[in-house]
Design a protein around this ligand. Structure first.
Ligand code: NAP
Length: 291
């Protein structure tokens, strides 16, 4: 059976990665649109299409599937503009890839005879990496109208990923979890690098030293789960070690102290759940971390 054609609206990081992979998998390209002609041209060249532009409804009108991969805040407006200009063909499937929003923001497409859905890849696409399929083996959460779900599930399988259904009203919390696990991990490591810098350890040395530690921790979380994977001074109830950290940070890295203390406070609860910390030890740590 021939594959449905697709259009991309929003030729940024994800739109380009998705477009490139669908093209490689043999999905016919209906066209690409973006806010700037430069982005549209760049992706149009890769996807070998001349149907490019900055007016999405001109580009999408013959597409079987329309991906709206703009920034989250623009999806609803962009969809509405295409719908009002009759830019979705009857029975087209319109998908966005936002983690936090449901397919409700595509209601305008529904009112014009299209089917709507959301398809969120749990992956971090940080820039162009041609030749790498970042969808391979990942989880993509899907939600929406039945025909949109059918298409989304087929695409997810074609890209080598697995799908999971997510409830429309659970998307914001589900996405907050992903932000904590991925984006806040970057922030956390930025803090670790800054502490090392204050200790006179270079960024290169930080990578060498911290990466095996991080990978070991991830391995422990995978095999032993949480809270058992927790080790370190809070799990052991080493109050003097934490007091030493705080004293030195007060002097050499005061800007990082608030975050250090609140993460430490949350870690006390994990240690209590593990059962490796006594209530008396926890109380002492809490006094120190909340001071
Ligand atoms: N990056 C990730 O790791 C990731 C992961 C999962 C899901 N997502 C989702 O994927 C979507 C895109 O994210 P991204 O990271 O690829 O963002 P991005 O790199 O900033 O790309 C967004 C693109 O949308 C275009 N755009 C913005 N407003 C527009 C408008 N009014 N009309 C047409 N095009 C418009 C911009 O075009 P110009 O370049 O022409 O200005 C830009 O290239 C978001 O919904 C995001 O939640 C991203």
């Amino acid at each position: 059976m021939s594959k449905p054609s697709f259009a991309i609206v929003g030729c940024g990081t994800l739109g380009a990665a998705l477009g490139r992979l669908l093209f490689q998998k043999g999905y016919p390209v209906a066209g690409v649109a973006s806010r700037s002609m430069e982005s549209a041209k760049r992706l149009g060249n890769i996807l070998e299409t001349e149907n490019i532009g900055t007016t999405p409804h001109n580009i999408t009108k013959n597409a079987d599937i329309v991906f709206i991969t703009t920034s989250d805040s623009a999806i609803e407006e962009v969809c509405k503009a295409i719908a009002l200009a009759r830019g979705f063909k009857d029975g087209a499937v319109v998908l966005h890839c936002s983690g936090a929003a449901s397919s409700k923001i595509l209601d305008s497409a529904r009112s014009f005879g299209a089917y709507a859905g959301s398809m969120h890849p749990l992956q971090s696409f940080a820039g162009a990496r041609p030749g790498v399929n970042l969808f391979e083996g990942i989880l993509v959460s899907v939600e929406g109208d039945a025909p949109a779900l059918d298409i989304a599930r087929t695409i997810v399988a074609d890209l080598g990923a697995n799908h999971a259904r997510v409830k429309a009203d659970a998307k914001a919390l589900y996405h907050a979890a992903a932000v904590v696990a991925s984006n806040y991990l970057v922030t956390l490591l930025d803090m670790a690098f800054s502490l090392n810098k204050a200790a006179g350890i270079s960024a290169e040395e930080s990578v060498l030293g911290l990466f095996p530690l991080i990978q070991g921790t991830l391995g422990n979380i995978k095999t032993q789960g949480i809270p058992d994977a927790l080790t370190g001074p809070i799990a052991r109830g080493d109050v003097t070690t934490i007091a030493r950290h705080i004293a030195d940070m007060q002097e050499k890295a005061p800007a990082l102290l608030t975050l250090y203390k609140s993460l430490g406070r949350a870690t006390v609860d994990v240690a209590l759940a593990k059962g490796s910390l006594t209530q008396a030890g926890a109380d002492e740590l809490i006094r120190l971390l909340e001071a």
